[in-house]
Design a protein around this ligand. Structure first.
Ligand code: 0PR
Length: 365
């Protein structure tokens, strides 16, 4: 560390240079994050100095967290769902498995997840000493529910499906998983970290939420399609008592116990997530989601014209293509199977899609 501090101007000049090295968002085509909505930035700033880890000191912020959980519970068809604001899908998925393990304390627990599960499940299973069993996917990159059922045994503590997969944008057959979970009495966690803020705004979405009686918990991330600031995730549980299973005593806080994984938690992104939902309303969210879906279709059509058909028709705004070469300057990632993977987030506007397609056109001419 420096012996003597340096001036604000010097620091800001240095920070500005470093920030300039970051990729401009209009070149980022594979992120599930996006430029926060202006309403999110304003709300975040107001709550920048709050800590939800000690909610008795910030009762106003804590009330907003409850409102956010309330709104998302209603969106997931369960008014009054239990829940809290997490740091994102990873924390939510870990919490789901912690609860499932508490609810079924077997010696050698396993969890059945699809091959397409996000790598946060690897982290969760490793941390919790749970064997991760991966069910294969069908021809459209969705979990094969019958194969999943065959992997379930008496040591299975949880079954999980994804609503909006990270790599192919597919929704697993959650209705069927719900039936299996009910029949066998297993905890069913739906990872809707991405799709949770997309599917409710589509015209005829596949069922994935608490409207299915077997669904026990859901991850949904406002810092993805909810256009909040980072970190804003949300974990929702069918019953508050599921979360209470995770309570540990917190002797020197304003509350006597907590079930969150993180201790100190930022209020800013939570206020931001709430503010965006309030500002846009269902109509505003629908318009943004429709725009992203229209851009996804345009991308798929444009690639098809270039002789590169999408590997599947996605349920949400993620499209994957079998394609080796990409033009310079774009930040694009690949799936585990090597397909090019693009996420049409709100910052990926129609003109960004058109520039990408024309650069692809030149490359493949
Ligand atoms: N579940 C699903 C279905 C996800 O897609 C993700 C993240 C998670 C859980 C984990 O969420 P957190 O990262 O919030 O804990 N999916 C993307 C990924 O890791 C997120 C991402 C964001 C990737 C920005 C790239 C990027 O630039 O691949």
């Amino acid at each position: 560390m420096r012996e003597k501090g340096c001036s604000r101007e010097e620091i800001m000049a240095y920070l500005g240079r470093r920030r300039g090295e970051d990729c401009p968002s209009c070149t980022i085509l594979s992120s599930m994050c996006t430029d926060p909505h202006p309403m999110a930035l304003e709300a975040d700033t107001l709550f920048r100095c709050t800590n939800l880890g000690d909610p008795g000191l910030f009762p106003g912020t804590a009330a907003i967290e409850r409102h956010l959980v309330g709104r998302l519970g209603v969106l997931m068809h369960l008014p009054g769902a239990g829940g809290y604001a997490t740091s994102g899908g990873t924390e939510s998925n870990i919490q789901a498995l912690r609860i499932a393990r508490k609810m079924k304390p077997v010696k050698r627990p396993n969890a059945v997840v699809p091959e397409s599960a996000h790598f946060s499940f690897d982290k969760a299973c490793e941390m919790l000493g749970v064997e991760m069993r991966m069910a294969p996917l069908d021809g459209r990159f969705r979990m094969d529910a019958e194969a999943a059922e065959a992997l379930v045994d008496r040591n299975t503590i949880a079954l999980s499906g994804v609503a909006g997969t990270t790599e192919y944008g597919m929704v697993d057959p959650i209705s069927r998983l719900s039936e299996i979970a009910e029949e066998k009495g297993i905890f069913l966690h739906v990872d809707a970290a991405f799709g949770g803020m997309v599917l409710p705004f589509l015209e005829d979405p596949p069922p994935f939420d608490f409207s299915l009686p077997g669904v026990s918990s859901i991850s949904v991330d406002p810092h993805k399609m909810g256009m909040s600031t980072i970190p804003a995730g949300c974990f929702l549980a069918r019953e508050q008592r599921m979360l209470d299973l995770l309570n540990i005593p917190t002797p020197y806080l304003t509350v006597k116990q907590e079930y969150t994984l993180a201790g100190t938690r930022p209020g800013g992104p939570v206020a931001a997530a709430f503010a965006v939902l309030e500002y846009l309303g269902r109509e505003g969210m629908q318009a943004i989601v429709e725009g992203c879906m229209a851009n996804t279709r345009r991308l798929i059509d444009g690639m098809e014209v270039l002789g590169i058909p999408a590997v599947t028709i996605p349920d949400v705004n993620v499209a994957a293509f079998p394609c080796d070469r990409v033009p310079e300057g774009w930040r694009i990632s690949r799936t585990r199977q090597g397909h090019l993977r693009l996420v049409c987030m709100p910052h990926v506007s129609r003109s960004v899609i058109e520039s990408f397609l024309s650069a692809m056109g030149e490359l493949y001419a």
